[in-house]
Design a protein around this ligand. Structure first.
Ligand SMILES: *Cc1c(COP(=O)(O)O)cnc(C)c1O
Length: 445
């Protein structure tokens, strides 16, 4: 593969943008390929190389790169009528109606412009609503580039994980390992009266894809109920992907108090949203006192793209298709690993998948999770599969990033660039794409 154009573009980019990119995960070594265009389930780079794309913009592209006719015409019409106004439009109401109709816990929604903005606003809302300052997050959970969740450490011994964040932010953030009910109980025993909210992804999607163990979300829900704290599900990745239109909360049958959305709900344009019970969401200004505002919020082009994308998904068998291919991919990967790397773990559900390069394998494969780790206690792999972000970090992350990722790229398969981020199937992918990718895995692992 020739990468001359990408190399030259990166050379220019390094002079004018920090690290040559606008989002840090894109800066793969030695340099990223620059995308010229998308094409269904593929991308074509500046040198004309074509890749099967399982990055899908890091999650937003449920349908792939070709907008169906109804999405494309809605977007073009909106753009042609003037991109935005600073006054409300019907399409915002329609998307809000769609979301509240399909997501069980959501009665009202406020649209913003990114997942980060959604989680920032959700944390402020929870603090404003409860009159408490502390929030509980999962160790190595990801909620965007926000001060309150960029923390490291354990329990109440937390510190900012980035320079530029005052210690005082971390003082109000408590961390627990995902899938550890005792740790959650302990933190509530000690700080219960001060905890405004628990903020977690229903499935860790930014740290290897970790499925909840049976009963974990119920434990969190119960602890929040007992202590007057709110449960916030960050469904920025899982929303309108896992569990289809009802989202992961519908699949797991858990009602969070607040849900954050992003990614898919904007149909490929910048978006975020905060939803929940009316009583809580109406604390946002101007209905309530918790300040929340944004010049671009509810942007008509984004709203049209999100609405038509979700309508398209509702009217076609999009979720059956992507979830079926997800299963084909994960079980195909499982077969490859049994032969070639039995210590590695296939993770993911619905249209999400990844291989975690774990270091210890089971003695037998009998009765194991067939198409992605489900954290079943009866699975022979249960004692080895990653239960939280820390376990994923113990995997062969360097091998994944430095040897495996480039080998897949050379074989025309574009994966998220490190061990931690999820990969995605889109509606434009075919069984042949999956089988081609599996061939590449077979060679590269
Ligand atoms: C992507 C993501 C975010 C951040 O969203 P941005 O749009 O990148 O700001 C927050 N939470 C989760 C779970 C995410 O996956």
């Amino acid at each position: 593969m020739n990468h001359e154009q990408s190399r030259a573009l990166y050379d220019r980019a390094l002079s004018v943008m920090p690290g040559g990119v606008n989002s840090s995960v894109r800066a793969v070594r030695p340099y990223p390929f620059f995308v010229q265009k998308g094409d269904g389930g593929h991308v074509v780079d500046a040198d004309g190389n074509r890749y099967i794309d399982f990055v899908m913009g890091y999650g937003p592209l449920l349908l792939g790169h070709d907008m169906p006719e109804q999405v494309q015409s809605a977007v073009q019409q909106r753009a042609a009528e003037g991109p935005m106004y600073g006054a409300p439009t019907e399409v915002e109401v329609e998307l809000a109606e769609f979301v509240t109709r399909h997501v069980p816990s959501v009665e009202m929604v406020r649209f913003v412009n990114s997942g980060t903005e959604a989680t920032v606003s959700a944390v402020r809302l929870a603090r404003g609503y409860t009159g408490r300052d502390k929030i509980v997050v999962m160790q190595s959970g990801y909620h965007g580039a926000q001060e309150s969740t960029l923390v490291e450490g354990e329990g109440d011994h937390t510190a900012p994980s980035s320079p530029g964040i005052p210690e005082s932010f971390a003082e109000h953030t408590l961390t627990v390992p995902f899938n550890d009910p005792d740790a959650a109980r302990d933190v509530f025993d000690e700080h219960g009266d001060d905890i405004a909210a628990v903020l977690t992804e229903p499935i860790l999607g930014n740290y290897g894809i970790v499925h909840p163990i049976d009963g974990y979300h119920e434990t969190l829900r119960g602890l929040c109920n007992d202590h007057g704290s709110l449960l916030i599900f960050d469904e920025v990745i899982t929303g309108f992907r896992v569990g289809g239109l009802q989202c992961a909360q519908g699949k797991f049958d858990i009602e969070p108090d607040i849900t954050t959305f992003g990614k898919i709900v904007g149909g490929g344009f910048p978006v975020g949203a905060i939803g929940g019970k009316s009583e809580i969401i109406e604390q946002f200004t101007p209905a309530g006192d918790v300040f929340q505002s944004g010049t671009f919020s509810g942007h008509p082009v984004t709203m049209a793209a999100g609405l038509e994308t979700l309508r398209y998904a509702a009217e076609h068998d999009v979720y059956d298709h992507v979830n079926g291919l997800g299963e084909r991919m994960r079980s195909g990967l499982q077969d490859i690993l049994e032969d070639q790397a039995p210590e590695y773990t296939v993770v993911g559900t619905d249209s999400m998948f990844k291989v975690v390069f774990t270091r210890d394998g089971p003695d037998t494969f009998e009765g194991h999770c067939e198409a992605g780790c489900q954290q079943r206690p009866e699975c022979p792999r249960y004692d080895h599969c990653p239960k939280d972000g820390g376990d994923v970090k113990q995997a062969e992350t360097e091998r994944w990033e430095r040897l495996f990722w480039p080998a897949m790229k050379e074989r025309g398969v574009f994966l998220t660039a490190n061990q931690f981020e999820s990969q995605f199937i889109c509606d434009a992918h075919t069984a042949e794409d999956v089988d081609d990718a599996l061939e590449a895995y077979k060679e590269a692992i």
